[in-house]
Design a protein around this ligand. Structure first.
Ligand code: SAM
Ligand code: SF4
Length: 356
């Protein structure tokens, strides 16, 4: 692994989350995606250059996201173009990319696309699904066509799970997982049905607390279904044993005592994990953010575009990481103990632009 810089809190860079588009084919009200992409999207060559540089600074994992990354026609080509970074020897001083993962709503994941992604060299897929019936899927995906439209999306996502499995993304090795955002009042009633759906399919379900990313989703603390409450409710139905959160991970994992798969919670509101956060986010137009809740990003395009100086990007990205102090979720929690968060009003980027 490349020995990269540490940020101001001693945290190494480990994961690059690269958004390929801010657009989406769904309109989840907790996310509020863009209708159009920003004007200056990175080119394929620039994305490869960016990933290579992040790897040289210590990143070992790339997560491709969006908006909806399957809307990006060059997805498979990008994954294929990154394979040489994976084939470097362990200990290569330029670093080695160990894993490429994808987060998708699954609607466009046909059998053919799943096979193409596997053939290109994708390691892991996380699919997102917030309901187990047409009505709740329609509500959480912001569909205008009601229950019938929700049922169509649900059917596509369930098919996508099987297409991914058939293509070789094996849930038993963690190569296929399911994400769900649970909100009180929105789809809190879907907790047990979604857990049942995931258990039947041998998938790890990752239950995400509703986060105050951006300004458009109308977030308020009373809509957050806390990880502790989710775990308690699940545990009453299926007894659970804690596994814990791995270093730099986002999810605290639990094992069902009856041996049927695992479940995990992402408690970024109720139990923040900023202390060992190793994630750098870059938007589809090349703006780097050190945190989902950061109030400002840094445009990397000037360092990607002209080949003025081959080391400019590494120097600037490294400097950006070294200057990083972000720990918003912990600060939110500290400030909420005394008053409402003053940072909540500061301008912040939206989730579909940042990529989750
Ligand atoms: N469109 C893809 C998808 O939905 O999987 C990838 C992008 S989406 C922004 C990545 C993840 O962020 C999804 O699992 C989604 O549920 C989650 N997400 C979006 N907005 C959120 C919010 N306000 N709080 C918590 N999770 C959120
Ligand atoms: Fe689209 Fe994903 Fe946002 Fe839902 S969470 S609107 S699927 S980008």
């Amino acid at each position: 692994m490349a020995q990269g810089p540490l940020d101001q809190l001693g945290r190494p860079l480990g994961v690059l989350r690269l958004s390929l588009t801010a657009r989406c084919n769904l309109a989840c009200p907790y996310c509020c995606p863009e209708g159009t992409d920003p004007p200056e999207l990175l080119s394929q060559g620039e994305r490869v250059q960016l990933v290579e540089t992040a790897v040289s600074l210590g990143a070992h994992t790339l997560r491709l996201t969006g908006g909806e990354p399957l809307l990006h026609p060059g997805l498979e080509a990008l994954i294929a173009a990154l394979q040489p970074l994976r084939q470097r020897a362990e200990g290569d001083r330029r670093g080695r990319l160990r894993e490429i993962a994808l987060t998708s709503n699954g609607v466009l994941l046909s059998a053919e696309r799943a096979r193409a992604l596997k053939a290109a060299g994708l390691d892991r897929i996380t699919l997102s699904l917030d309901g187990s019936d047409g009505a709740s899927v329609a509500r959480m995906a912001g569909l205008t066509g009601g229950t019938a439209a929700g049922a169509v999306v649900l059917e596509k996502v369930l098919a996508a799970i099987e297409h991914a499995r058939a293509a070789g993304f094996d849930p038993a090795t963690g190569a296929l997982k399911l994400n769900a955002v649970l909100t009180r009042g929105g789809n809190g009633d879907q907790l047990l049905p979604l857990a049942q759906l995931a258990r039947e399919r041998g998938l790890e379900l990752r239950l995400i607390e509703f986060m105050d990313v951006g300004h458009r989703n109308g977030w308020s603390a009373d809509q957050v279904l806390s990880a502790a409450e989710m775990v308690a409710r699940l545990g009453e139905r299926w007894p659970l044993e804690p596994i814990g959160r791995s270093a730099h991970g986002t999810a605290s994992r639990w094992r069902y005592r009856d041996g049927e798969a695992h479940v995990a919670v992402v408690a970024s509101i109720s139990a923040p994990f900023c202390g060992d956060c190793n994630r750098l986010r870059v938007t589809a137009d090349g703006i780097a953010y050190g945190c989902l809740f950061a109030t400002g990003g840094t445009d990397l395009k000037p360092w990607l575009r002209p080949a003025l100086d081959g080391s400019g990007l590494a120097r600037n990205l490294g400097g950006l990481w070294e200057a990083r102090t972000d720990r918003y979720s912990e600060e939110r929690q500290e400030q909420q103990r005394v008053a409402s968060s003053p940072q909540a009003a500061a301008p912040r980027a939206e989730m579909a632009y940042l990529g989750g």
